[in-house]
Design a protein around this ligand. Sequence first.
Ligand code: NAD
Length: 257
Amino acid sequence: MGLSGKTAIVTGSNSGIGLGVAEELARAGADVVVNSFTDRPEDHALAARIAAQFGVQARYIAADMANGADCRALVERAGGCDILVNNAGIQFVAPVDEFPTEKWDQILAINLSSAFHTSAAALPVMRARGWGRIINIASAHGLTASPFKSAYIAAKHGVVGLSKTIALETAGQGITCNAICPGYVLTPLVEAQIPDQMKVHGMDRETVIREVMLQRQPSRQFATTGQIGGTTVFLCSDAADQITGTTISVDGGWTAL
Ligand code: NAD
């Protein structure tokens, strides 16, 4: 499955799922642009490590996905964009009536609006080449809800809707747009939720993981970042040419319940 000659931009890819996606795309031969909002030596070292490990071009470009102009500049600075993976995302847990407005705005900006801005910048580039893949990392929470995660769930449902709309606007142009909906994947984002969930539910770490976090995941197993990366690579393959405007769940059966 050769993606050599393709340039992939993965937003929010200096850790967690984004890093797993960047690595799997590089393993399939794509040149990758690694991104986050920081600009540290270790961010650039991470891109250099991916380049050396997989024998591809890899660059780190700092851009804040909370800022629309930064999102568009990321695509311009990449100098090409055949594959766009909108992955950057944050979480905050509170009841609606206590949810801080600035957190709502930040989550909507990073988890939803960034995908609008990067896609708007990437589509003309993809149309010019007659081929493109936009893959949005949504969530099982793009299809279902849970209490205390209003901004995240609203944003992820929005990402699913945005994916369908872009699919319709690009149908028949060699471009597809889909959303991957992971269940729980053990990453820093999930790790950071554990103390909040322990507080909200009054449980210890192991109990909150088994009874709360994986309670809706019938496999009772976390998905892996490599599996999300592998699903992304599949969506870039010829086999997925006619898969567009849909969601692929990687959730251990969560949304089958
Ligand atoms: P993570 O915290 O490990 O990674 C988030 C990434 O986004 C990091 O690289 C971070 O630096 C980056 N990021 C955060 N704010 C940014 C900003 N303003 N600009 C640019 N980059 C920014 O989390 P993760 O679990 O790997 O999550 C990645 C995506 O997967 C998110 O969209 C998340 O909602 C989604 N997701 C995660 C899970 C899960 O269980 N981990 C499940 C479903 C969906």
